[in-house]
Design a protein around this ligand. Structure first.
Ligand SMILES: C[S@@+](CC[C@H](N)C(=O)[O-])C[C@H]1O[C@@H](n2cnc3c(N)ncnc32)[C@H](O)[C@@H]1O
Length: 269
C-alpha cells in the first residue's frame, strides 16, 4: 500500500545515501511486500547509480546477497524512461524511508501537519512527568509533551530525524527535551524509568514484544499512550491487537475527515 506522502517522481535514488543501516536492511532483506517485479525494478533503478550499490554494501554488508541477485539481471539495453519509471516505483514503495530522510517534508505530511496537541493532553496528564517518546520522528509528540512534562526523552532510530530534533531544540532553546537513538524492541533504559511512554505510528510490527518492552521501562501505575496523527483514513474500529491487550480507546474525526483512534493503558506491576 502506498500512503502517497510524496510524489516519488520528484526524488532520485540519491536519497538512499541518507538511509540508516537498519533502513537498508529492511529494504534489501526484511521487506516482504515486494511485487514480482521488485528485483528487476531495483536492477533498473540502480543501473545508473553504481555508487549507491557500493554505498549500500559498505554501510550494510548484510544487503550484499540481495544486491548480488540484482546485479545478475542482465542489462537489456534499458531505455532511460524505463529506468526512471522503475526508480520512481522503488522510491514510492519505500516512501516512508524517503520521508524520514527529509524531515522538513515529513513535517508537511498531513498526519503531522494537521495534528492538534490537545489530543495528547486529553489522553494523559503530563504535568511534571518524566516522559519517553518512542520513534519520535520529527518530535510531534515529544515537543507537545514538553510544554507540560518535566523532561522528555525523544528516542528515534533515524539519524536525519534525530539531527532535525536537535536543531529545533537549539533554535528554540528548548531545555527539557533530550534526543537519543533507540529501537522499540530494545529500548536502552532500565526497568521502571518513565511515568509515561508515548508513541505514534510505531507499534504494530510485533505488538506483543513491543508492548512488553515499553511496559518494562514504564513505572508501576505509569501510562502507555499511543497518540496517532490526524490523517485522512476512515478507520472503522479500534485496533483489536491493542484492545485485546488492555488499551482503552478514544476516537475523533480529523479535519480531513479521517477517523482517528488513540489509546492508553495504565501499567500495573
Ligand atoms: C510514521 S513515523 C511516526 C513519527 C512520530 N511518532 C509521529 O507520530 O509523528 C514512524 C517513526 O518510527 C521510527 N521507527 C521505525 N522503526 C522503528 C523501530 N523499530 N523502533 C522505534 N522507532 C522506529 C521511524 O524512524 C519514524 O520516525
Amino acid at each position: 500500500m502506498y500512503y502517497r506522502w510524496i510524489d516519488a517522481s520528484r526524488y532520485s535514488m540519491d536519497c538512499f545515501l541518507l538511509f540508516d543501516r537498519w533502513a537498508l536492511r529492511w529494504i534489501f532483506t526484511d521487506c516482504d511486500y515486494y511485487d514480482g517485479d521488485y528485483v528487476s525494478d531495483m536492477a533498473k533503478a540502480l543501473y545508473k547509480y553504481p555508487y549507491i550499490d557500493a554505498f549500500c554494501r559498505r554501510k550494510a554488508p548484510e544487503c550484499s546477497t540481495f544486491l548480488d541477485q540484482v546485479c545478475r539481471i542482465p542489462n537489456k539495453a534499458w531505455m532511460d524512461d524505463e529506468m526512471r519509471k522503475a526508480e520512481t516505483k522503488i522510491l514510492q514503495t519505500h516512501e516512508t524511508f524517503v520521508v524520514y530522510a527529509y524531515p522538513e517534508v515529513m513535517e508537511q505530511v498531513n498526519y503531522i501537519r494537521n495534528w492538534d496537541a490537545k489530543y495528547l493532553h486529553e489522553l494523559v496528564d503530563l504535568q511534571d512527568k518524566i516522559v519517553l517518546d518512542v520513534g519520535a520522528g520529527t518530535g510531534r509528540l515529544a515537543f507537545a509533551a514538553a510544554t507540560k512534562a518535566k523532561r522528555v526523552y525523544a528516542s528515534e532510530p533515524c539519524d536525519q530525524l534525530r539531527e532535525y530534533m536537535r536543531d529545533k531544540i537549539k533554535r528554540e532553546s528548548i531545555k527539557n527535551v533530550k534526543v537519543l537513538d533507540g529501537e522499540v524492541l530494545s529500548l536502552p533504559y532500565e526497568n521502571d524509568t518513565f511515568d509515561v511512554v508515548l508513541s505514534g505510528h510505531v507499534v504494530g510490527d510485533a505488538y506483543q514484544e513491543e508492548i512488553v518492552e515499553m511496559e518494562r521501562i514504564t513505572k508501576p501505575d505509569g501510562w502507555l499512550v499511543i497518540c496517532n496523527g490526524d490523517d485522512e483514513f476512515r478507520r472503522t474500529s479500534p485496533d483489536k491487537e491493542l484492545t485485546a491487550r488492555g488499551f482503552e480507546w478514544f476516537c475523533h474525526e480529523s479535519i480531513e475527515g479521517g477517523i482517528i483512534y488513540n489509546y492508553r493503558k495504565q501499567v500495573k506491576k
